[in-house]
Design a protein around this ligand. Structure first.
Ligand SMILES: Cc1ncc(COP(=O)(O)O)c(C=O)c1O
Length: 381
């Protein structure tokens, strides 16, 4: 009997949505990694105007040159001299990731992926016929990988490593010394680096440390406007690389995935970058206040230990309820009106953790923490 391709059968629906689908409307939701803001009004107006102006057609495969230039310029502090040719606008960060797996990974190749992970990475490797080897990002090391553990995983079939800082789900970030060590590891083994930096503008302390402009040319940075400008539904992201040669391959592949990005939407994103340039900082300031609030509340609860992230929109506390799995704890919290994700939705080492996305207002965070504290008190006896 004819059936579906093995790549489709080999992947599973994501577990992240499972709790969400079970939840009613009246829960306090720390579930989805989606900012609770709207895009800047200038962007919405520019989108409307662009459509009225007839921007309803195919664009060039890599996207609008003016937007590509603006993105390249936004990276000039780390990688000066880049231009439109270094950027490919994609239909979301999700799309950018799949493009890079298709561009860089052959069937049978191995890719090193973080664990706990953003749940797309492994299925992306599977979809292109590759395999994943997961490197640990441990709580004890503030979720930063250890190079010795990476060395133990790499072999002749390994072609790429994916880094994700600030991280979903852990909120882990790196400093320059850690970045250099991780970059040297990739260089030593001639690996491509796919650096998922979609939270680069949501930084609470110091500045974002990128793999771009750090002296290694096999680096592709994935980014997205979803979180930065609260445009998750607009589906615009991009890939940037210092090497024009490498970008040519990405752009070639993009044509066969999606032909080109959405025409009018790119004018809207450009307007956001040019006329609402401080918007990501406004969001980031609010996320920092929420992050302080939620980590302080969690750390005051018996049985909970939580790092205070230096970026992202997530905390990933260790939650100790003897005899119960993280999924069972999350289900009990849901029964009390709080939606959070079990750590195991992000890989096996998420056992004993929960992920809270602080994508709700501060009053709701307080309400949710009060409820969660009562759940824990009930479960821990
Ligand atoms: C780490 C990470 N990478 C990529 C994405 C994809 O972003 P989008 O497809 O909305 O651009 C997300 C979204 O949650 C994410 O958390």
């Amino acid at each position: 009997m004819r059936t579906y391709a093995s790549r489709a059968r080999a992947i599973q629906p994501t577990g992240v949505r499972k709790m969400f689908d079970l939840a009613g409307d009246d829960v306090v939701s720390f579930g989805l990694g989606e900012p609770d803001f709207q895009p800047p009004p200038v962007a919405i107006e520019a989108f409307h105007r662009a459509m009225l102006d007839g921007r309803n057609k195919y664009t060039t495969t890599a996207g609008l040159p003016a937007l590509r230039e603006a993105i390249a310029a936004s990276w000039s502090h780390v990688a000066p001299g880049m231009g439109a040719g270094n950027v490919c606008i994609t239909m979301s960060g999700t799309n950018a990731l799949l493009n890079l797996f298709m561009t860089l990974v052959n069937p049978g190749d191995k890719v090193l992926l973080p664990e706990p992970y953003f749940p797309l990475y492994g299925p992306d490797a599977t979809l292109v016929g590759g395999s994943a080897a997961y490197y640990p990002c441990r709580f004890e090391n503030a979720f930063v990988p250890n190079v010795e553990e990476l060395e133990a995983l790499v072999d002749d079939n390994t072609v790429a490593i994916l880094y994700n800082f600030p991280s979903n789900p852990t909120g882990g970030t790196i400093d320059e010394a850690q970045r250099d060590a991780l970059l040297d590891f990739a260089r030593r083994h001639d690996l491509w680096i796919i650096s998922d930096e979609v939270y680069d503008r949501i930084i609470f302390e110091g500045s974002h440390v990128s793999f771009l402009g750090a002296g290694y040319d096999k680096v592709f940075v994935v980014n997205s406007f979803s979180k930065t400008f609260a445009m998750t539904g607009w589906r615009i992201g991009y890939i940037v690389a210092e090497s024009l040669e490498h970008m040519k391959q990405v752009i070639k592949v993009q044509y066969y995935i999606t032909a080109c990005p959405n025409d009018a939407m790119q004018y809207a994103v450009l307007a956001a970058m040019e006329q609402a340039a401080d918007y990501p900082d406004v969001l980031s300031t609010e996320f920092k206040a929420r992050c302080d609030l939620i980590t302080d509340r969690l750390n005051a609860m018996p049985g909970v230990q939580c790092h205070k992230p230096k970026g992202s929109i997530y905390v990933f506390p260790k939650v100790d309820v003897p005899g119960m799995s993280s999924e069972e704890v999350a289900m009990e919290a849901l029964a009390d009106g709080v939606l959070c994700s079990p750590g195991t939705a992000f890989g096996p080492s998420g056992e004993g953790h929960l992920r809270f996305a602080f994508t709700i207002g501060r009053d709701d965070i307080v309400r949710g923490m009060d409820l969660f504290e009562a759940t824990l008190a009930r479960l821990r006896g």
